[in-house]
Design a protein around this ligand. Structure first.
Ligand code: DX5
Ligand code: ZN
Length: 213
């Protein structure tokens, strides 16, 4: 079954506790936490302390998406503070293989994300090492942007590259909504990140259900 990962970037920060409770009750599987440093992307968000606070609050899988330069400097802190999955960008990790090994050394799952203009073929020699590939369907940095439709083709391409014996999650992030979810799942996505679509909905439960069906 597809895993729904609401992005807390779109949640009301002043009501974070109840926002998390609502989506947890509604059947969300993971909590997607977008970490931005103002360098790799033109926005600044949360740090390791935020992850620690959320970890004390929720039992959901904490899916931490690092949109930062020099991710190797911060992976230890995010891992110690409760991240269950850490995803780094292909474009920001110069020694990607080493960075992936570093994440795995904390006994948590390792993901690699690619920007909209990055070819999935670039991931061929890291696929055996990762637990998840995140295909960005917007340019990273902000919630509420329009879905870039080439992402569908990229999911299919990636799926055809995956070794059959290995279980690798295919996550899609950016502009996901009730309209494009089924096409993304049919193409091969196993995890959908959705920020605005869920948190700006009046009925968050219904929004989550519509992504799953
Ligand atoms: C964008 C982030 C996304 C973002 C998605 O850089 O990685 O996780 O929160 O937000 P929506 O679903 O609103 O596009
Ligand atoms: Zn994200």
């Amino acid at each position: 079954m597809v895993k729904i990962a609401p992005s807390l970037l779109a949640a009301n920060i002043l009501e974070l506790k109840s926002e998390i409770q609502i989506i947890e009750d509604a059947g969300a599987h993971w909590l997607h936490i977008d970490v931005m440093d103002g360098h790799f992307v033109p926005n600044i968000t949360f740090g390791p302390d935020y992850v620690k606070a959320i970890n004390n609050l929720s039992n959901l899988t904490l899916d931490v998406h690092l949109m930062i330069e020099n991710p190797e400097l911060y992976i230890p802190k995010f891992a110690e503070n409760g991240a269950d999955i850490i995803t780094v960008h292909y474009e920001s990790a110069i020694h990607l293989h080493r960075v992936v090994q570093m994440i795995k050394s904390y006994d948590i799952k390792a993901g690699v994300a690619i920007n909209p203009a990055t070819n999935v073929e670039n991931l061929r020699y890291i696929l055996n090492e990762v637990d998840m590939i995140l295909i960005m369907s917007v340019n990273p940095g902000f919630g509420g942007q329009k879905f870039i439709k080439e992402a569908v083709e990229k999911i299919k391409h990636l799926k055809s590259m995956l070794p059959s014996e290995k279980d690798v999650e295919i996550q899609i992030d950016g502009g996901v909504n009730g309209e494009n979810a089924s096409e993304l799942i049919s193409a091969g996505a196993t995890s959908l990140v959705a920020g605005s679509y869920i948190f700006k909905s009046i009925d968050k439960r219904k929004a989550i259900e519509s992504l799953m069906n």
